[in-house]
Design a protein around this ligand. Structure first.
Ligand code: BF8
Length: 672
């Protein structure tokens, strides 16, 4: 009996093996003492499916699931594996991969659609809660929708009425999800050579929804049975995510809530305060959380909190909602994906508000062990557990909804039952580097431009640019690979642009401060960072804000001297601890935008070596970028550096050279 009981006992995670972050280690231990299960423990007790990991399990019809694991010794001779319908391992892996792109693109783009709908309400003046905060940004994006910002009256060119511009932009933006002909308008923001290549290859997305639906059609049993053709469609959908749905989300959020500028903030579980009401926002869409920021700052709510004995209201965030609020308001970040349960286990979380994406269903089970109110707010993301409250958020009565939520948290402050234990760890960080603020930071109003960056890449002080993004994954040590990859890159003079949970990890490790440059960077990058006063790792926002990285790379191309397309510049991408379908969509739009992109953990392609070769090698000839996977973070970083060096060589900037100041014409005349 004793043995039987023992065999059923769940294994517990070793906190020191589960995370590199002391606050996280402390809270995993605390959870185990309290008998509260977390993702770290569950990862010890459920192994990933070996065939799913290889990408070769097909459950697209009821004759299966058909499972095609790679034979132990690999494939010798002809690969005769097939499912009941005859689908090959390549077809199955490509269908699964394409469906992941569809899932990721749908999540980002539906977020974008939600933002566009709110912006349409603003433009139609149907809501008082939201306004246009950044008219300059509105004017800068309008031409990309084909919206005029001037009118000619009696031969005289005049500024066009701002309300008219907003309405036309909103209508054009909405149209991008479902128009009946043509191609998505934002694609022409890409470097011309890249746009022309997409056109030549026939992968320009027609509208966002269509490309996602078409993946679901093609991957139904008995439709597309050519892995190359499937990946072509995945390319259309991924481009519709990065260059359209996500980019519109970023732009319209900036128009309504402000374009980020570098701002100081704090990060890690230690931002929670024992004597304050702790309200945590978790998820992705800033539509609701922007209102909650305003409600928390209102005198009415602050006074109400005081009546309950609280010293104030501490609002903080988890996951990409956290990045959205941090980059615009400096709201502190509690943690990233794997820390969501831990925030409740502090015993000090009076309410956690969630919207969409990356929310553990187990939060409800953890909340049951504490006094925490868990509140869902989005009609498409509810939870079955009976302790979860649902307050459906609507932009037409946004402030009322936000105040109701804040009041619930305040009322719950008195109900804390278990001992509160908040780790002391928190770090300072500078967040909010958008395309615009990088330009400004590199040269001020006098010489704000990407030339400074290009000059320093050409003269070799900066070896190249890396985008390090994406999730945490309980199959790897929390934050370990993000930090190891980033530190190795900056040590080798590669400047890092970061978003999502990777950005939060970087903040927790103290890498988002200008001061860290002298500690961690190679001499060239350190010199640049110290001269202009920027961190070597630039926080560029949430996961939809990966569109900012695409546009920053486009600005580098436009500034001249580093080629005609993103594929020419010394740049590489990375998602060291990815786990979500969104990461696959992001990875694919980076690849087909010309970026060599390395994922950590595993990629679900190993069971189909021919298909894998298409992603890892053949795509380079088509788009200039290609996939790779490397779980060892140091090797991972060095693969990126090797690619950056290859690009430097192709540009002829691989040798030390005298520093020559060039004007734009001279730069553009450099033959690549
Ligand atoms: O969208 S990085 S774990 S929170 S999916 Fe999720 Fe991954 Fe975090 Fe942001 Ni992006």
């Amino acid at each position: 009996m004793a043995d039987e009981k023992k065999s059923k006992e769940l294994k517990l995670a070793d906190p020191l093996e589960a995370s590199i972050d002391p606050a996280t280690q402390q809270m995993i231990k605390r959870a185990q003492e309290l008998g509260v299960e977390t993702v770290f423990d569950r990862a010890q007790n459920m192994k990933p499916c070996n065939i799913g990991v290889q990408g070769t399990c097909c459950k697209n019809c009821a004759m299966g699931p058909c499972r095609l694991p790679l034979p132990k010794g690999g494939i010798e001779g002809e690969d005769t594996r097939k499912g009941l319908c005859g689908a090959t391992a390549n077809t199955i892996a490509a269908r699964n991969f394409s469906r992941m792109v569809a899932g990721g693109a749908a999540a980002h783009s539906d977020h974008g659609r939600g933002v566009a709908e709110v912006f349409l309400s603003v433009a139609r003046k149907e809501t008082d809660a939201y306004h246009i905060k950044d008219y300059h940004k509105l004017l800068s994006i309008a031409p990309h929708f084909g919206v005029d910002i001037t009118v000619t009256v009696d031969g005289e060119v005049k500024d066009r009425d701002m309300d008219e511009i907003a309405l036309e932009v909103a209508e054009k933006a909405m149209n991008e999800w479902g128009k009946s002909d043509g191609e998505c308008l934002y694609l022409q923001r890409a470097p011309e050579a890249m746009y022309n290549r997409w056109k030549e290859l026939g992968v320009l997305p027609r509208n966002v929804d269509r490309e996602i639906v078409e993946i679901m059609h093609r991957t139904h049993i008995g439709v597309d049975q050519d892995y190359k053709n499937l990946i072509k469609q995945a390319t259309r959908a991924a481009l519709a995510d990065g260059w359209v749905g996500s980019m519109i989300a970023t732009d319209l959020q900036d128009v309504m809530f402000g374009t980020p500028n570098p701002v100081q903030s704090e990060v890690n579980l230690g931002v929670m305060k024992a004597d304050h009401v702790n309200l945590i926002v978790h998820g992705h869409e800033p539509i609701l959380s922007e209102m909650i920021v305003a409600a928390c700052q209102s005198k009415e709510m602050i006074d109400y909190a005081a009546t309950k004995g609280a010293k104030g209201i501490q609002l903080s965030g988890i996951c990409c909602t956290a990045n959205e609020l941090a980059q615009r308001h400096g709201v502190p970040i509690v943690g990233n994906f794997l820390q969501q349960e831990l925030a409740i286990i502090t015993g000090a979380c009076d309410a956690m508000v969630v919207d969409v994406q990356c929310i553990f269903q187990n939060l409800a089970n953890v909340a049951k062990c504490f006094h925490t109110k868990l509140i869902t707010t989005h009609p498409i993301a509810r939870m079955e557990q009976n302790n979860v409250l649902h307050i459906e958020f609507d932009e037409h009565h946004a402030m009322d909804d936000a105040k109701r939520i804040v009041k619930l948290a305040i009322d719950n402050f008195e109900n804390r039952k278990s001992e509160v234990m908040i780790p002391s760890q928190k770090e300072n960080q500078v967040v909010g580097f958008g395309v615009e603020s990088i330009e400004y930071n590199l040269g001020g109003t006098f010489r704000g431009s990407y030339y400074t960056l290009n000059d320093n890449i050409i003269n070799g002080r900066i070896r190249g640019i890396a985008g390090v993004v994406g999730c945490n994954n309980a199959r790897t040590k929390h934050n370990n690979d993000h930090i190891a990859v980033i530190k190795e890159l900056i040590k080798n003079d590669v400047i890092v642009l970061t978003t999502g949970c990777s950005a939060i990890a970087a903040g927790m490790a103290g890498l988002l401060t200008p001061e860290c440059a002298s500690v961690y960077c190679g001499p060239g990058l350190a010199e640049v960072c110290e001269t202009v006063g920027i961190p070597p790792v630039l926080h560029m926002g949430s996961c939809v804000d990966n569109s900012r990285i695409l546009l920053a790379a486009t600005e580098v191309v436009k500034a001249g001297g580093l080629g005609k397309s993103i594929k020419d510049i010394p740049v590489a991408g990375s998602a060291p601890e990815w786990m979500s379908e969104k990461a696959i969509s992001i990875g694919h739009y980076f690849v087909v935008s010309g970026v060599y992109t390395v994922f950590g953990v595993t990629l679900p392609v190993d069971g189909a070596p021919v298909f894998r070769d298409h992603l890892y090698n053949e795509l380079e000839d088509l788009y200039g970028g290609m996939w790779d996977c490397e779980p060892d973070p140091i090797k991972h970083a060095h693969k990126m550096i090797a690619h950056i060096d290859k690009k430097r060589k192709e540009l002829g900037i691989d040798k030390a050279r005298d520093r020559v100041l060039m004007d734009m014409a001279a730069r553009q005349a450099i033959d690549v």
